[in-house]
Design a binder for this molecule. Sequence first.
Ligand SMILES: [Zn+2]
Length: 320
Amino acid sequence: MRIHFAEICRIFDLKRSGGVAYGVLSGYAVSIRKRSGVFLVTVAARFPDEESKKAFLADFEADRPLTKYRLMDYADRPGLLRFRFAAVPGVPGYIRQLLEGIAPFLERYGAAKADVCHGCGKPVSPEADWILADGMAAPMHEGCIQAMRINENRRPEAPRDRSFVLGLIGALLGGVLGSLLWTGNLLLGWFPFLGAAALGVLATKGYHLFRGPFGNGVSFAAVPVAILFSAVGCFNGELVSLCQRAHNFTPDGWKTAYAVLIANLDPFVNFMFSWQFLLNVFLGSVIAVIAHILTKKHWPPSDDPLHTRRLKPYRPSRSR
Ligand SMILES: [Zn+2]
């Protein structure tokens, strides 16, 4: 039995943004993400000085945490503590025990709780935005977030290894695959527009796999591709069904079917057919574009947990 990420979010009443769940647990800012069968639990923990952190770690280590909490391992980095758990049944219980277990120690050694800004260490309102940096989420003052942005801007430019042209190529390849699935889908007689949905998803994923730039560029590539390949999918579908009806899948059969199809697509030759075709392309496009929008929403790589970004304030949905 596998533990799903959504379940962890629900159990701990965390807010979810992209691949990261975050919130306040046992008074501390905690974020959880899942990566290849492992839950990474990150606690924002700013100690007043290195001595306090060392003392905390010594106490923590003495507690035999690996066996006590079934931890795979843990690491301390500036401003945070990271714990790795195997995603096995019972892991929510171990995570809870860990957080409840370390909270008194964190408090004893003066680690900053979730009611102070992770930037400056001064009290912060629960309405404040959070920042996600290095896979760690913590609340911060608006000014402190701005200051961080400025620092980021001053950093040397990241290598520009993403390009729209590459993304577009990826989207086109996704479109080709999608239109093939569409045709196959028609052959198998499944829900007719399942292929259209696959097309929208594949065009979007293709864009990202080929490293198209983050942001809305994906729509400029995936939407035209979705419409174009809806037409291709419909065309191939009709072609296949003509061959099927003629029981002729030989090259000559295809040629004949192609000629018949092209002729019938002329509204002056077959008005009803050409309108029906256009309507199918339109419906397919709408479904493909909806699939694109849903995919874009749930799978944007700008939600890379290591990508520094702003998160909405955390408000527990349950009172505790
Ligand atoms: Zn601050």
